[in-house]
Design a binder for this molecule. Structure first.
Ligand code: ZN
Length: 224
């Protein structure tokens, strides 16, 4: 299972690349790149503080719950997600590989300390940039910023899962952001559920052009 922003739009979370997406409003290189973080961490944190609040208010939708149910039934091995919103975990999925990190924590680039979101948000009430409790360096949001490498091990684990799978189901991703966009090509076979075209429609075993929630809920129902 490979999921992208499209599975969370039904939870009221805007995607990034569509006409109404987040990157239509702000330039990602100004607010979500590692270069911006080094140049102006305050601006990056203004953007992420707001994102973290929005994402923590959102609730998992029928698509997230359907995937958790399919995992309980032994039909889904793991969920590899590009999403940082933690909604798969909150819906009950057990094995979630967050290849772009998450809002669960922030990181210190100096001593590699990981600070949980609750204390980061408490710090943000007091100061514009939260700092590492151990060494005092500015903390970085726990999400992968533009220009950063993916978390160590996450892409390796995702690739291994995809190669092992009998079928990879891609949900809610237009498969535009590398290296994750290349993962389905490592699979024996893959199917896509996405509203709108994806970069790999022609290679897919099956393409369903429909919202993730109703489609996955229908799959669970059809299985009885
Ligand atoms: Zn530190």
């Amino acid at each position: 299972m490979l999921t992208g922003a499209g599975i969370s739009t039904e939870s009221g979370i805007p995607d990034f690349r569509s006409a109404t997406g987040i990157w239509a409003e702000v330039d990602p290189l100004e607010v979500a790149s590692i270069r911006a973080f080094h140049r102006d961490p305050e601006r990056v944190w203004r953007f992420y503080a707001q994102r973290i609040h929005v994402l923590r208010e959102a609730e998992p939708n029928a698509g997230h719950y359907a995937l958790a149910e399919l995992e309980r039934r032994g039909l889904v091995r793991a969920v590899v997600t590009q999403n940082i919103d933690t909604l798969h975990t909150r819906a009950g999925s057990g094995d979630v590989v967050e290849v772009h990190g998450s809002i669960r924590s922030a990181q210190c680039l100096a001593c590699l300390w990981t600070e949980p979101a609750d204390t980061v948000l408490a710090q943000l009430e007091e100061r514009p940039v939260p700092v590492c409790p151990h060494c005092g360096a500015p903390l970085k949001p726990g999400v992968v910023l533009f220009g950063e490498l993916l978390p160590a091990g996450a892409l390796e684990r995702a690739t291994e899962l995809v190669r092992m799978a009998g079928l990879v189901l891609v949900v809610g991703s237009s498969l535009e952001v590398w290296p994750v966009a290349g993962l389905p090509l490592e699979a024996r076979a893959f199917a896509i559920v996405n509203q709108g075209p994806t970069a790999l429609d022609d290679e897919a075993l099956l393409k369903v052009d429909a919202p993730a929630g109703e489609t996955l809920a229908a799959v669970v129902e059809a299985l009885g």
